[in-house]
Write a new protein. Structure first.
Length: 76
């Protein structure tokens, strides 16, 4: 007797119903259905085009001079 026998699946179903009860099995199947629905919605959306980042209008500091530092802690 293999896994394809109808009596095998009837016994498995009865054991599951006895262990978990009818209400719990319904909850599990409902959650399973919601998960499949959510997965299908996610797959149908696909990748949306990325929104380009906004342009930042920043001006460099005018008092900064390249090559010089304003570190007064150095003593020679």
């Amino acid at each position: 007797m293999g896994f394809g026998s109808i009596w095998h699946w009837v016994i498995v179903l009865l054991v599951v119903l006895v262990l978990f009860g009818r209400g719990r099995v319904s909850e599990i199947m409902g959650d399973f259905g919601k998960g499949i629905k959510s997965f299908k919605e996610g797959m149908s959306e696909g990748e949306k085009p990325a929104v380009p980042p906004a342009q930042i209008d920043a001006k460099p500091a005018e008092d900064a001079t390249p090559g010089t530092t304003n570190d007064s802690s150095k003593t020679s």
